[in-house]
Write a protein that binds this ligand. Structure first.
Ligand code: HSE
Length: 404
């Protein structure tokens, strides 16, 4: 019998409790042992809830109970999640978490600690909600050198961009609608500014290359500047605007960024719409592998956490080796990263053509039917070259990278 403590009875924590009860038979058979919740730690009480008998308010009870072998951290935030996770690992318990902020900030340290205690620190639910991506990266794709990861890693922004594309709505209207429907947070900053996707691509890239990529070092651009005009330019060239968290092996270095990109129907993630997430991984042996599913939501995310609980219960006193060193990943400076760009400048084509050609060299004009601006796609150039040319012109309205 494996005893579990759940820290935080919010959306994901209550989902974990629900799945462990609803699917207990199949979970026990597959895990090879019965898994039972012993404690639910929360500040609140839950009168009438099935978890009520298990609710406690003092973490120390869990820490000192040697019967608890697995701690589930579904509190979110960095503190006290970090302190509780650290104390759990120090007392030899395995930890399964859905907390991307914790994993992105303290991944190597907590993995080291788990290893030193023959325990495990598992975090499948921290990226892509219910989509299995962490374990496949650690196991199924382990023989490969990872060449590229491209992920639609945030459901809120994918929903907003999809609505803008399909219904012609503007950003503010869709965001408000998404908030009313409960898809978007009251404070949507982390989603719409790309910070959420940034932590997720930091985790995936660190695991893919076995070295630490600090999320603060990743160039991150959100979707707040995308307008209906951008969407119309995209449509004109048969493309959609999607926000990607991506990383790529470039020689001995790795490039990484979070930014809106244009993709055409040839791209494997073109049809990933609405709140769905998807991740494309390119291995040097396996080729392209795609993962698709619900990147958020109670039961989807909790299912990923329970998969970790089952993995931990099959590895009591056995550390599952995870390559993620403290050593920093050699990141290609953003100025050297190459893309094509769709650029919009103010003024007519006639007003701009000569200057644009002088600044950017060869470009392909895109006519989206606006007389007061000129749109064009550049050849593949570095970010530094883009910045220099854009400065020279001085009338850029917006630019979107073109993943073609
Ligand atoms: N807020 C996130 C999203 C879900 O919209 O995808 C949790 O990572």
């Amino acid at each position: 019998m494996i005893k579990v403590a759940i820290l935080g009875y919010g959306t994901v924590g209550s989902g974990v409790f629900e799945i462990l009860n609803a699917n207990s038979e199949i979970i026990s058979k597959r895990a090879g042992d019965d898994i039972q919740v012993k404690y639910v730690l929360d500040l609140r009480d839950f009168p009438g809830d099935p978890a009520e008998p298990y609710v406690i308010h003092d973490f120390a009870e869990i820490e000192k109970d040697s019967e608890v072998q697995i701690v589930v951290e579904t509190m979110g935030g960095l503190h006290p999640a970090y302190e509780f996770v650290k104390a759990s690992l120090e007392s030899g318990k395995s930890v399964c978490t859905s907390n991307k902020a914790l994993v992105a900030a303290y991944g190597p340290e907590l993995l080291d600690l788990a290893k030193s205690k023959n325990a495990n620190f598992l975090f499948e639910a921290s990226v892509g909600g219910g989509i299995p991506i962490i374990r496949p990266l650690k196991t199924s794709l382990a023989p490969d050198v990872i060449l590229e990861i491209s992920g639609i890693l945030n459901g809120t922004t994918n929903y907003i961009l999809t609505e803008m594309t399909d219904n012609g709505s503007d950003f503010d209207t869709v965001l408000k609608d998404a908030q009313d429907k409960g898809y978007a947070e009251k404070d949507p900053t982390a989603d719409v500014e790309g910070y959420d996707a940034c932590r997720k691509i930091a985790i995936l890239t660190s695991l893919a290359y076995g070295k630490q990529l600090d999320f603060e070092d990743i160039y991150t651009e959100g979707i707040t500047k995308i307008t209906d005009r951008d969407i119309n330019y995209a449509k004109k060239i048969g493309a959609k605007v999607k926000i990607f968290g991506s990383s790529k092996k470039v020689g001995d270095k790795v490039s990484a960024m979070v930014a809106p990109k244009l993709i055409t129907h040839e791209h494997p993630l073109y049809s990933v719409d609405g709140v769905f997430n998807a991740i494309l991984v390119k291995g040097n042996m396996v080729g392209d592998v795609m993962f698709y599913g619900q990147g958020a939501g109670k039961l989807a995310t909790a299912s990923a956490v329970v998969s970790d609980i089952m993995d931990a219960s099959k590895h009591v006193n056995v550390n599952i080796n995870t390559l993620w060193d403290h050593e920093k990943l050699d990141l290609l400076p953003i100025s050297d990263v190459k893309s094509k760009f769709l650029v919009r400048v103010s003024g007519s084509k006639n007003d701009n053509e000569e200057n644009v050609n002088k600044a950017f060299g060869k470009v392909t004009p895109v006519d989206a039917g606006y007389d007061d601006e000129y749109g064009f796609i550049t050849e593949e150039i570095t970010e530094a070259a883009y910045e220099k040319a854009a400065d020279e012109l001085g009338n850029v309205i917006n630019k979107i990278r073109f993943d073609a």
